[in-house]
Design a protein around this ligand. Structure first.
Ligand code: HGY
Ligand code: MN
Ligand code: MN
Length: 576
């Protein structure tokens, strides 16, 4: 492998020569980006080269496409592929097709080149002969310009995989670069919003899959949209890790995603160093945790934990689409969800790396910390029904104003949850549907989220808030309906896993570990239904702000957390 620092510092011809195998027979691609050095990460280098490809003239693009061999084509049979192409094609089992598959590939390849005048190109990592045939069948029907674009995108994916095997880079920069790259997929412009099964969410899943493939993991996608990358080890027992890739609206880029890209970077490093763990390491990128689109939280980890409630399939999003329809439209079958549940007998535990989302580690001057427990939460939606009327004609004492009642509820939540330091309460959604400046609000929707490290403290607060809402309803002559959408008990992290994190932190940083509770909810809470859990928190910059675009994490802290995670894996005890 070549060091990224070296690639950044050598003369341009040496840079181009070192990257000669990344774009098939096309040194002009690295040539065009040589002057843009230094690159902070392999992801940044790849992005620059991909931009050069996508912005090149049509003739250059066609020449690049034509520089590629046919898949399982004549060159493969003659044995004169480039070394990179040969190993990629063998990896997808294309050198061992059945005669029927081989025949079908030949026929489709011929039809494809006759139609487009260039060879069919697909990044075959993670593919099988059947999936290659399916892709060919689909793409042979494309328009020429559409297909040229797809071919170039596939060439850039191939380049990503080749680059990952060639360039050695600082792990902290790689982790930040992957999180930054995922943040480009958003359903809002100028901010990050990635809600369940939106187009941005599906693009994010595809990119996570590519990151996993580039790290050399075996990858599969399950029926709720979780992406699972496996680093096989010395036994069939599994240590699970991961976090969620969906986000809140206008989110930070590390919440959830750090717990996916950091383990991918570490697993890739272990594989390249030929370190074989005594267990299989499975990285699960959970599809949904935040509850933004369907209000139903933890959809990804619920399925893995065997706690997916089929009645939520009928939940409707703001556009009137049901969860069932969204999953089906995404190409999955809801009937396959129960099979996602894991067998606890196979599991050695679940560990989650997460940005702290608060200021404790920042204030203490520590890069990482060990989570002791996760606060439980109770979420409900509330509808206040009053009577709409003319803003100019109805005297104040006769009004049944739903928004005024809602305002009292907001203050009741704030007052009650301020009464105990271990308690927090939030009204995060507050709407007057179809409201207008000259109409008395007839209806109001709000949400209530109450959390505590103690379930008893939380339940008492919830009961008091509910009683207060009924008093408000009577006094204002409105109706108030509350519907609970989440009740998650507080969860303790396993003592043995806390101790193992602590030992790793001592070995890596030379300092004792800080232990702290989590006020935020995490997929680990759901996984605790299956197996022992543990969490590593990583320092959150910028005052500890999260669920906000100003959330930050430094590459140095990512590197320390990666070293701790790697040490943790290499010392993880497999019980007899
Ligand atoms: O709300 C939470 O605690 C988490 O970010 N989903
Ligand atoms: Mn979150
Ligand atoms: Mn999170």
């Amino acid at each position: 492998m070549i060091d990224l620092a070296r690639l950044n510092s050598v003369a341009a011809p040496e840079f181009v020569a070192a990257l000669a195998s990344i774009f098939e027979h096309s040194p002009w691609v690295p040539e065009r980006v040589a002057a843009a050095r230094p690159f902070a990460s392999g992801v940044a280098l790849h992005a620059a080269m991909s931009d050069a490809v996508m912005q090149a003239g049509e003739a250059m693009q066609l020449a690049l496409i034509r520089a590629h061999p046919e898949l399982a084509g004549r060159a493969a049979i003659r044995g004169d592929l480039t070394e990179a192409s040969t190993s990629e094609q063998c990896g997808a089992g294309l050198s061992a097709c059945t005669p029927g598959q081989y025949q079908r590939l030949q026929t489709l390849n011929a039809a494809y080149s006759a139609r487009f005048g260039f060879p069919f190109i697909l990044a075959v990592k993670g593919q099988t002969p059947d999936s290659v045939i399916a892709a060919l069948e689909r793409r042979v029907t494309h328009e020429e310009s559409q297909e040229r674009h797809v071919a170039l995108l596939e060439i850039c994916r191939i380049a990503r995989f080749r680059l990952a095997d060639l360039v050695d880079e600082p792990i902290g920069a790689a982790i930040i670069a992957m999180a930054d790259d995922l943040a480009r997929f958003s359903e809002t412009t100028g901010s990050l919003t990635c809600s369940y099964l939106s187009p941005a969410h599906m693009d994010t899943a595809a990119r996570i899959r590519d990151f996993m493939l580039a790290a050399g993991l075996d990858v599969h996608h399950d029926a709720v949209g979780n992406v699972v990358g496996v680093l096989p080890g010395g036994s069939a027992r599994q240590l699970l890790t991961g976090s969620h890739y969906d986000t809140v609206i206008n989110a930070g880029r590390y919440d959830g995603r750090l717990g996916i890209v950091l383990p991918i970077a570490v697993a890739g490093a272990l594989r390249r160093a030929a370190v074989r763990l005594p267990f299989s390491l499975q990285i699960i990128a959970f599809a949904e945790e935040e509850g933004v689109r369907f209000r139903s939280t933890f959809l990804g980890s619920r399925a893995v934990a065997g706690r997916f409630d089929p009645t939520v399939l009928d939940t409707i999003d703001a556009q009137g689409m049901s969860l069932r329809e969204a999953i089906t439209a995404g190409g999955q079958d809801v009937a396959d969800i129960p099979a996602i549940a894991r067998d606890p007998a196979q599991l050695l535990g679940f560990v989650e790396v997460h940005i702290e989302q608060g200021p404790v580690l920042l204030d203490a001057g520590l890069p990482v910390g060990v989570v002791t427990s996760i606060a439980g939460s109770m979420r409900s939606t509330v509808t206040v029904e009053g009577l709409s009327g003319h803003a100019g004609t109805v005297p104040m004492p006769l009004r049944r104003d739903a928004a005024a009642a809602a305002a009292e509820i907001v203050l009741a939540v704030e007052r009650r949850c301020s009464a105990d330091p271990g308690l927090v309460g939030t009204v995060g959604k507050l709407e007057v549907p179809d409201g207008a400046m000259n109409v008395i609000p007839g209806r109001c929707h709000l949400s209530i989220d109450i959390r505590s490290g103690s379930d008893a403290v939380r339940d008492a607060a919830e009961a008091d808030v509910s009683a207060e809402m009924q008093r408000i309803a009577r006094r204002r002559n409105v109706t108030i309906e509350q519907s609970r959408v989440l009740e998650a008990p507080a969860i303790a992290c396993a003592a043995r896993i806390q101790d193992a994190w602590e030992a790793s932190i001592r070995r890596v940083t030379g300092a004792p570990a800080r232990r702290l509770p989590s006020g935020a909810g995490h997929d680990a809470m759901m996984m605790a239904n299956l197996t022992d859990i543990g969490m590593l928190f990583v320092r959150c910059g910028n005052g500890g702000i999260s669920h906000n675009p100003a959330e930050t994490l430094s590459a140095d802290d990512a590197a320390i957390a990666a070293a701790v995670f790697r040490d943790f894996l290499q010392h993880y005890k497999v019980p007899e």
